[in-house]
Design a protein around this ligand. Sequence first.
Ligand code: ZN
Ligand code: ZN
Length: 356
Amino acid sequence: MLKNRQSRLKRFFEEYALQAVLFTDLKNIRYLCGFSGTEGVLLVAQNQSWFLCDSRYTAQAAEEVKNAEIMECGAVRIDTIAALASENGLKRIGFEAAHTTVSAFRRMSEKLSGVELVEIGTALDDIRICKDHTEIEQLSLVATLSSLSLAAVLENIKPGVREIDIAQALEFEMRRRGADGKAFDFIVASGERGAMPHGKASDKIIEPGDLITIDFGALKNGYHSDETVTVACGKPQIRAQEIHSIVRIAHDLAIQAVKPGINCKDLDEVARSHIRDSGYGDYFGHGLGHGLGLEIHEMPTLSPRSTAVLEEGMVVTIEPGIYIPGFGGVRIEDTVVVTGDGCTVLTSADKQLLIL
Ligand code: ZN
Ligand code: ZN
């Protein structure tokens, strides 16, 4: 599998006329050779790869790294890279400009004097955009774990509980079910705070009648889940019920429209036009969704400005919302994998308006 991923780099070697690529982004390194630690670089040449780390990580690398020779480096790692370049005749090496500091670049330019360094841009994002079978399995596993954790927490939400209590209980349930941690700082936004699309859990107390938006996800084996429900604590106002229903229909329509070949901006429009036609167009300010995988936000982006087209194997969120300042808000989010003729929804919490 990892060999297959590395071999997909071949076309970039050709496109950029490279003899090797130096990877410094840890997510890309994990994707290509399996290393999950927090320090190391991967040099991939046409027919050989080297993973370079310091002595703190050699034992972990020996366990995890596949399809790359592990090399322990001292303080000056660039010397090892320079030696590898000269021994293997690597004259043009690609590097990840977005994951290289200016000082690291200066050091590389100085030490790799006979080597031409070439920015490879987002080449690997384009490879990672479609998930392989193993990744879809991981994403499905973490989504299920996360949805089940929410179900355990919802039972205990009642007036008097703080938003932060809900967030902490959710993380506890996820870890109890085997998660390595949370995918991001959960959003728990109740009552008027629901008008903030990114309202992190605060010490606000849940009041009777509040809508509560809970945006949550778990992290396991490097993969993230992402899901949002908006529930009510006691009977919500008529207007709250109305906006929940509009958002849910927008969400359902968009999920029904997911299939290979659809433009991401057209998919965004499916949800957006429903919200607009319902009179709330001004209150849905963000894009419809985003890809996710080893990172919580990956390509493609689903928004009115997106130029991407959905393909089989892409995993994206569908998360329309309505946010009304001074009143509150609703967001409903699921993660789906694009299949040959539609999609499969990976997250499974109930999206009806649940009244607790
Ligand atoms: Zn989310
Ligand atoms: Zn999301």
